[in-house]
Design a protein around this ligand. Structure first.
Ligand SMILES: Cc1cc2nc3c(=O)[nH]c(=O)nc-3n(C[C@H](O)[C@H](O)[C@H](O)COP(=O)(O)OP(=O)(O)OC[C@H]3O[C@@H](n4cnc5c(N)ncnc54)[C@H](O)[C@@H]3O)c2cc1C
Length: 381
């Protein structure tokens, strides 16, 4: 069996590695447009439940992944400088995206996957001689775009803007720091991914964008603005840019995940929102599910149907939860103004989607709930 994969990101490379290891006799070719050492962004979070799934799927790669993953402490939520710790569950870990990709490339080489870099696939028909063509080519997937009606692709654009930076800062936990400015609201999502580096995703709502004059600023000026606004969180350090443009997030989802012998995985099949869970982990779980389906049967239509049945229902729920989550962020200024202090605000944040109610927060974060009840007199919104 010959499998061609467009995209050498986490989903494409992890699928390729697992497929060569677990499916005897398959030939796997990954086509990646970038150089092996090119990547956008800094570190990515791999939350606890996802790490357990990677461990169950393949112990060898998991051990090596663990070696480059920085464990994260409890989440922290800061409202205009007042911090609340969400004590309870461990959060998992974070890894530098470039190191993750290098590890996955190494693993692929060890099991005999062919990976060609600088290989930009513009016409996917060139790969159609393969038994299976996988679109692991990310949020702007070429495979998906060439048959968007067949896949039933939908997308939207959010009103909040964001940019992904790094910063040299020692830190030990995932943090969300909300600040009011310019008549609107900002949120810095940050977490460490090595002992000295943090990812900083900066986000602002439409009111802040307009009130702070971001529309007429350059990206350098916007970076200087948020460096000043978040000087405390940054310990006075500068933000580091890596093609860090301010953009509006574009969620994507598909009614159908397959088209003939073509299938989508990872961000190509759904891009929910970075506030709802780690896209890298979800992408790698797609890879596990597709390999498992092919292990059950080499009949491609049957294997693809099994893959879709195992992943799509949960993905559809995730898209719904992501919508609730990003709608909350688009309205974050109002939530900040209405909150009765940082605990009340943090509780409102944790329960922003219908997936999590007060009982779930109490079960997952008992110490937080006790502190929250004491701080608010039991009167959370
Ligand atoms: C602001 C922000 C913060 C994020 N934070 C996190 C986080 O903390 N944790 C997390 O897990 N995830 C995070 N993500 C999401 C994460 O980056 C993605 O969900 C994840 O990388 C998806 O993996 P993938 O393999 O599906 O796609 P990608 O990582 O996008 O990989 C796709 C690959 O395909 C290649 N490609 C594309 N088109 C072609 C073509 N035509 N020919 C050849 N190659 C092609 C690209 O070069 C790329 O290497 C974040 C995303 C954003 C925007």
């Amino acid at each position: 069996m010959k499998i061609s994969i467009i995209g050498g990101g986490p989903s494409g490379l992890y699928f390729a590695y697992l497929a060569r290891k677990r499916l005897p006799g398959v030939e796997v070719h990954v086509h990646e447009r970038n150089a092996p050492d090119a990547t956008f962004g800094f570190g990515v979070v791999l939350a606890g439940a996802g790490l357990a799934k990677l461990a169950a799927a393949d112990a060898d790669s998991f051990e090596r992944l663990k070696g480059i993953t920085k464990p994260l402490g409890n989440q922290e939520i800061i409202l205009n400088g007042r911090a609340v710790s969400i004590e309870g569950q461990a959060y998992g870990g974070a890894v530098e995206r470039l190191r993750l990709l290098m590890l996955l490339n190494e693993l692929c080489a060890e099991v005999g996957v062919t990976v060609t870099h600088h290989d930009d696939i513009r016409d996917t028909a060139a790969l159609d001689d393969a038994d299976l063509v996988i679109g692991a080519d990310g949020a702007n997937s070429t495979l998906r775009a060439m048959s968007s009606a067949a896949f039933g692709t939908h997308g939207s654009e959010l009103s909040n803007a964001f940019a992904w930076y790094g910063a040299e800062r020692r830190h030990d936990r995932p943090t969300l720091s909300f600040r009011s400015a310019g008549g609107g609201a900002f949120c810095a999502h940050y977490y460490p991914y090595t002992d000295r580096m943090c990812t900083f995703v900066m986000e602002c709502d439409r009111a802040a964008w307009e009130g702070c004059g971001f529309g007429t600023m350059t990206d350098d000026e916007r970076k200087a603005f948020v460096e000043q606004l978040y000087a405390d969180d940054l310990h006075g350090r500068p933000l580091i840019s890596n093609k860090s443009e301010w953009r509006n997030f574009q969620p994507v989802w598909n009614e159908r995940w397959t088209h003939g012998h073509r299938v989508l995985i990872g961000d190509a099949v759904r891009r929910a929102h970075f506030s709802i869970g780690s896209g890298t982990r979800i992408a790698m779980e797609d890879s596990i599910a597709l390999v498992s389906a092919l292990e059950q049967t080499r009949d491609i239509p049957a294997a693809l149907a099994a893959y879709v049945a195992s992943r799509k229902p949960a993905a559809d729920i995730l898209i719904g939860a992501a919508r609730e989550s990003y709608t909350w962020y688009e309205d974050m200024g109002r939530h900040m103004a209405a909150a009765n202090g940082p605990y009340d605000f943090a509780f409102g944040y944790l329960t922003r989607t219908s997936r999590v109610d007060a009982a779930r927060v109490a079960a997952d974060y008992p110490q937080f709930m006790t502190a929250c009840a004491a701080a608010t007199g039991g009167a959370v919104r």
